[in-house]
Design a protein around this ligand. Sequence first.
Ligand code: ADP
Ligand code: ZN
Ligand code: ZN
Length: 817
Amino acid sequence: MSASPPYLEVAVAAPLPQTLTYAALRDGRVAKPGQRVLVPLSGRLLTGYVLALSEEKPEFRLKPIADLLDDFPVFPEKLVPFFRWVARYYHYPIGEVIRGALPGGLTSQSGRRLKITEAGLHYFQREQPQLIQDTPWLANLTANKKLSAATVRKLWRGKERRLIEQWAEQGLLTVEQIISGASIGQKTESCVLLAQEAASPETLASLKPSEAKTLALLEEMRTPAAQGIPRRELTALYRGAGKPLAALAAKGLISLVERPVYRDPFGETPPFFPRPAQLTVDQENALAQLNPAIRQKKYSAFLLHGVTGSGKTEVYLQAAETTLALGRSVLVLVPEIALATQLEAHFLSRFGETVALLHSGLARGERFDQWQRVVSGEARIVIGARSAIFAPLGDPGLIIVDEEHDGAYKQEDSLRYQGRDLALLRGSQGGATVLLGSATPSLISYQHALSGKYTLLTLPARIENRPLPQVELVDLQAVNTVSGRPPLFSPQLKQALRATLSRGEQSLVFLNRRGFAGCMLCSDCGQAVQCPHCRITLTLHKGRGELVCHYCGFATNSRTVCTNCRSLNLAPIGFGTERIEEELTGMFPKARIARLDHDTTRNRQDFLRILRAVHEREVDILVGTQMITKGHHFPHVTLVGIVWADAGLGMPDYKGGERTFQLLAQVTGRAGRGEQPGKVIVQTHQPTHYSIAAARDHDYPRFFAKEMGLRKALGYPPFSRLINLVLDGEQEEGVQSRASLLAAKGKSLLPRYRRTAILGPAPAPLARLRGRFRWQILLKGPDLEELHGLCLELEQEQSRLGAAVNLSVDVDPENML
Ligand code: ADP
Ligand code: ZN
Ligand code: ZN
């Protein structure tokens, strides 16, 4: 037997730039890479993740780790280089990268769960009642209460540990190793079991009325012996059942047990989608290039550019089959829960049990279960939102990024990563095929496809050669009204809605802004009511009677006063989806109208319910935001109305043109996916804008050429790279002067970074957010290594200057808010 390697490289879950080295446990228990440990650090015990083992003796004496937190690794060793790269590239502490990558339940420190056995209960209650009275934790255990993780840890370190171990040997209690708090691990439910033998007459005569009532209820609810009656079902009938239950248990008439509950994240059985009898020629071509690449088991990257409704999903499914047949696994990223449903349903229908889901729509416990299925290898296909890029799959051979252009792949706080970029990185480190799919590829991906860095696969036509919908632009400036202001609905859109209704077909009405009105405007001073924390206009939500900040969530009663002059003369202006819904109801009182946005879909169930209603043709007109644009296949939708196409063009943002094109093309793509052809009406103030005109003509290459020309002229990505440094703090002057100091420092360093420019310091477009003032400094240049070098030096300067002002680094920023 060889000696275990005595030194461990540990990433501590704390804001430390480096990893730390510890000695192994003295008792001989070995930690492996990927395992969680407890480590001492400046007088505290913290969670750490073992990255590597080494036998090389360091120069100085090292402290040993304090404990192992789990019996097995929580991520595969193969992910270690990935985590290292992510930490370095995004300038983020590696321990926090890993902590963020693990599901919620895994981040708490915990280790063991104590449970009293049936035998223990009898033993302590009958033979050692004094011991129970003198020992609070034992009293809790015998009353079937859970001990907190902290209590168990304390007992385990104290003199009680020997006693506990002794009792465990005698079978009086059990010690379970768990990797998280009891509420996060396998979820359990308290149940009541009735005693097998009938109680003696003396015992029955000794019962208090409440106890007798409880027992009678339990007798009525009796279940087969082993199953138990859920405690919550009993207390639903009799709220005071808690105390009598404990008394009945003490008298041996019943026992209380914990039973595991299975959590089903899929919610309902998905529909069955048959495998198509025949692939289209373009699908065949795509797979003829993908399959050999997958079988090579080397890194390769593909961009699947397929118009909406061209059958990209079937290509994903068959590429996944090829990968599974090689014994490798598949990772599928989708923009967010909205999109997940269609794709998810197809994967579940084709692959069933082997699919795991990881996304933010899951409850913590569900997420934890899914994670466990992946770690254990039971699930070999993972579908998830951007954070699923960290899924603990051992050997993904195919990584799919659906709708790769979608902004939801960029995380905008803490670790500001781009999930699509990380998919390419993980693929290249792990020898996988990476498949990016979109009807409207991001500029950067299309450029890589043209330059040969990725292989371009195209699906230029819709399935069964259904035509792409005909798009009509309506110039809002040219629509005459009495008030002189353009109406929400042009005569063209109204007429088209009426015609669609009369044919019994469905319409989608799209506006990328929720709420009722844009804002409340003061008739006296002309200012809009603003969020007191963010300097952003509040949005009116009429149903809730509230003005809401869409940045920080601040909400106030809509009958408020002007934040500027305290006048009461406020009037709603602008419009949101809620207002659109109301106007439509007024115009078409008989139509069945539904709305899909963040306000109507607080959870996944709501979301699925609305989608199902549309599918089952219980809805005539669906009003919605972004949410309706993503990947849904509604065969009976023949009209799409876009209320105001220009919403994204006025933003202080170099990507406005790209976003607008993508959005219009995606919404447009919802029409005419079934038997009947589709029609789209786009209302706009800028009918000649290249993004809008190219979307009308379904002309991606024309849009691409125009947008690339503009980016080149302005020196924006992909012709340069950016790192944005955002400073925030409570004092405005403090933040501003820190920004000036750092920018000056940066400029003094520029002779060593000759190809880099520093823009700013300037107030961030969101100059105040959640009560904090914000300034930014933008590093820009063609040489990414230079940008990283300069950024590191500025971070050092920042830590020298102190933490009164906070610095966050955004590498490859997409929204410079
Ligand atoms: P996309 O993701 O490219 O917008 P989908 O994958 O949703 O398109 O495909 C559109 C529809 O065509 C779906 O209902 C799908 O089941 C169907 N489909 C895909 N491939 C084929 C095929 N080869 N033959 C018949 N129907 C197909
Ligand atoms: Zn005012
Ligand atoms: Zn706010």
